[in-house]
Design a protein around this ligand. Structure first.
Ligand SMILES: *[C@@H]1O[C@H](CO)[C@@H](O)[C@H](O)[C@H]1NC(C)=O
Ligand SMILES: *[C@@H]1O[C@H](CO)[C@@H](O)[C@H](O)[C@H]1NC(C)=O
Length: 249
């Protein structure tokens, strides 16, 4: 008989908030010096300003034609202070400017925050595309370890019943964290997290840690604090976008 205790964790160190997880750019480009470029710059500046006040926000900027209407949002990890959220989004936006130079749409996930803009509305649209799936080395989990891991994932999947976009839990040396992008409804967030957590269980099996990032939510767990960092970059293409993912397995 194993006693499973789940607890709220203390805040993870903020040094991890800057780590690059993935970035993606639409292959469509806009013309330099165009009104579209001004719109992208204004939108990204609005995201950075807003992130100093709120952990989530979205913006819609009308363009000169309806095709050029620009949509954008950011989501900080739920435990970040507004100062850390602002710093994280500023960093993500600056990296987006380099990675997605002149791209009509771009998305970037750092450990602490997610930023996305595009001229095709994605606001409030659930998207369970798998962007990153990484599993650590198989470990000698004893049966208690696996039970704890599954209990942590179960907790992340159900929360405490109330609607929370950010969930964190732990049991023994197993920690887990889950986050939805704030434009999802409660049921969409639940559905997205169920999918991410299901994949962690089936695809990572008894791995020491696992990360699954879907387009609108992610779930991660780790035994003993080990985690993926850096690694080799890989490119993948999806729906006219090109993604760069570090440490993809
Ligand atoms: C925005 O989206 C459409 C696809 O609907 C694309 O053809 C268009 O050229 C895009 N970019 C701009 C700058 O309008
Ligand atoms: C976008 O932001 C507006 C204003 O802050 C808010 O009322 C709306 O619910 C948001 N939409 C989504 C899809 O998050």
């Amino acid at each position: 008989m194993v006693m499973i205790t789940l607890s709220l964790l203390t805040t993870p160190s903020s040094s991890a908030t800057d780590s690059f997880v993935f970035g993606g750019c639409s292959q469509l480009k806009y013309a330099q010096g165009s009104p579209y470029e001004n719109n992208v710059n204004s939108l990204l500046a609005s995201l950075v300003n807003s992130a100093m006040l709120n952990t989530y926000n979205n913006f819609t900027f009308p363009g000169t034609t309806s095709q050029e209407t620009l949509y954008g949002l950011y989501q900080c990890r739920g435990d970040l202070s507004s100062a850390d959220c602002g710093r994280c989004v500023a960093r993500a936006v600056s990296q987006l400017g380099t990675l997605c130079l002149d791209s009509c749409g771009g998305a970037l996930q750092l450990e602490g925050c997610f930023v996305k803009y595009d001229n095709i509305s994605f606001l409030g649209v659930e998207d369970k595309t798998v962007v990153v799936k990484k599993c650590g080395p198989l470990t000698a989990f004893d049966s208690d370890g696996l039970i704890r891991r599954d209990a942590v994932l179960g907790y992340l999947g159900s929360g405490d019943g109330s609607y929370k976009t950010y969930r964190v839990g732990g049991s023994g040396n197993i920690n887990g964290v889950a986050q939805c992008v704030g434009d999802l409804s409660a049921s969409e967030c639940q559905d997205c997290l169920s999918e991410a957590i299901g994949r962690l269980k089936t695809d990572c099996g008894a791995a020491k840690w696992g990360d699954v990032y879907l387009a609108k939510c992610y779930a991660r767990y780790s035994a003993g604090g080990d985690h993926s960092h850096g690694g080799h970059g890989k490119r993948l293409r999806h729906l006219g976008w090109c993604f760069l993912v570090f440490g993809l397995i």
